[in-house]
Ligand binder design. Sequence first.
Ligand code: ATR
Length: 487
Amino acid sequence: MAEATCDIGLIGLAVMGQNLVLNMNDHGFKVCVFNRTTSKVDEFLADEAKGTQIEGAHSLEELCSKLKTPRRVMIMVKAGDVVDKTIESLLPYLEKGDIVIDGGNSLFTDSNRRTKELAEKGLHYIGTGVSGGEEGARFGPSIMPGGDPAAWPAVKPIFQAIAAKVEDGTPCCDWVGEGGAGHYVKMVHNGIEYGDMQLIGEAYQLLKDGLGLTADEFEAVFAEWNKGELDSYLIEISTTIFGKKDDDGQPIIDKILDTAGQKGTGKWTAIDALDNGMPVTLIGESVFARCLSALKDERVVASKVLHGPKQEKIPAEHKAEFIEEVRRALYCSKMVSYAQGYMLLRSAEKVQGWTLNMGGVALMWRGGCIIRSAFLGDIKKAFDKDEKLTNLLLDDFFSGALNKYQASWRKALIHAIELGVPTPAFSTALAFYDGYRTERLPANLLQAQRDFFGAHTYERLDKPRGEFFHTNWTGRGGRVSSTTYNA
Ligand code: ATR
């Protein structure tokens, strides 16, 4: 029998798993690792983990036998059935009170289910989002844990030690909520990441097609942007990307095929938004924009058949002004995107029965993860001021910035339309902004139409909410109205 000296076990030595293990080791935790293909355990111990106190196991039984009790076992395998199968295989070697942690990109409904299933067996389950890619996992990711709160005290010291820290040392990791709340917040994070990337892409194309900026000029513009309101990891890496040259000295960015891949978390966010009736339009558009980009061959054909406007470039004397308009459009759209993401979190609280710490979520995203930015500090402040804030756009800081910049945002979009440059995310953000601030939308006509063809009834402005009316619009319809009324 091996001595049970390890603080935590980790299953799955792909990139994220390996780096998390090294990170835990750096912080003084003794980790035991296992991987299905056991040769990877040996390779890892002989290579990356050489000289550390990391131990290896060639079976789950051996792994569990090396862990102090209550055992903490973290699973970092492919999301989906593999997680269930891994948990199933672990069960014979676990005892009541042990903790199973899933750090993969699991769907939150799976984490809801697993938390319940393991609780029934006397085990504690944590489903945690981990963001930051390879580098984050190694030196400080953003960690978003949810699941069984009874397990949190035993996991907290490890997670908070290895997580990224903001300027004052606060870790980008805190308890998110019960069941699948951690994976849910990670899903919304990924959706927002889709949105941020799409917005940056639209700014890039607008400046490229509108001004003909070169990669070197982009490098300079983005470096400047990164010093101000847009200060963020994604703007920072884009700056580096623009500066990177291929072997022939030409910018690599100009040689990369324009078709985007996706692994599905953006789509999950959009589907969940539709399921919950939340207008998270920007993430939806960002997913669709990736889908459209993937239709490269069709686009090449269409580019020769379908005409756009005669593309006049923006006059050189307006270059600086246009760059600033695009920057403001990006910033305003980003505010809308985060406001929509937080609307989704608010609705999830109601649907799932969670209480999410909105400021805490902003703090967890503030460092370590892909969407980290100075801007998340402003979001945190907004929730610190008012933890019940219904919509970020109503916070003084955000409404002030939007009121100040909205004219420039509109001008950037007018140019986009005139140039024929596609800006689905910028445009949907503005449409949302205008819709959200409109007291009377045309849904009165829509309700009249529904009542006309389906007797769906309507409410009236001059009567209290909850009273439903039906009009016999043509004089021919019956008197029976639909009994279901879904606002
Ligand atoms: P990546 O993160 O590189 O895309 P992945 O395919 O998602 O890799 O797999 C990540 C981890 O899940 C690996 O540790 C992998 O084990 P192998 O090294 O043996 O491939 C693990 N994994 C994938 N499918 C698995 C399965 N059916 N059973 C157990 N582990 C599995």
